[in-house]
Design a protein. Structure first.
Length: 199
């Protein structure tokens, strides 16, 4: 039986920050359910903005040369995709949006998105406010790419702001929400994608 894989992409550039904490929490829960998981961080990587040049229409690949291609390949190969972003002035982190914009263009170049039928959802983390807009902003990317989005016991948002695991660990409701989401994602993956991941 094929073992299903989930990747978690961290849009924060901060090492071992709060966003990474929550994405790891989701991946750890999925690993407990028997899924193969991988964390991908944008820290230390160069992801240029989409130029809307439409060069990907000819090849199905983005023509810009930076760190985008290896991450895009992981997204295409994965059965599930989680993206996590801190809130920057009320919206998602620019490097993550650059990645998603380019991935969306390149994935649809074949006429049907490479992401259609994959399972996943975003996670938004903020010190005080902006969670809901950022969460909704990222959800739009999942919808337009034909992905299947599991729910949770609340929206996938978390409150933390001091910059480190110890701050994130204080949000008990946020942790429960992310773990509930990951459990639902495991069940949806089994039903939608088939294959392994039953622990």
């Amino acid at each position: 039986m094929v073992r299903l894989k989930v990747i978690g992409i961290v849009g924060s550039l901060r090492e071992k920050g709060n966003t990474e904490f929550f994405v790891r929490r989701a991946l750890d829960r999925l690993a407990e359910e028997g899924f193969e998981v991988e964390l991908v961080t944008l820290r230390g990587k160069t992801i240029l903005s989409c130029q809307a040049c439409l060069g990907c229409r000819d090849t199905g690949r983005c023509v810009q040369e930076d760190d985008f291609a290896p991450i895009f390949d992981k997204m295409v190969e994965a059965d599930g995709i989680i993206v996590g972003s801190p809130v920057y002035f009320g919206s998602a982190a620019p490097p993550l949006m650059a990645l998603l914009d380019r991935a969306g263009y390149a994935a649809r170049a074949s006429g049907r998105s490479h992401f259609s039928g994959k399972v996943g959802a975003p996670i938004a983390v903020a010190r005080r406010a902006g969670h809901n807009f950022t969460f909704a902003q990222l959800l739009l990317w999942y919808f337009i790419n034909g992905m299947v989005i599991p729910g949770s016991s609340y929206w996938n948002v978390a409150t933390a702001g001091a910059g480190g695991d110890r701050d994130a660990e204080k949000d008990e409701e946020g942790i429960r929400t992310i773990e509930d989401f990951a459990a639902n994602m495991a069940e949806v993956l089994r039903r939608v994608r088939g294959g392994g991941g039953s622990g």
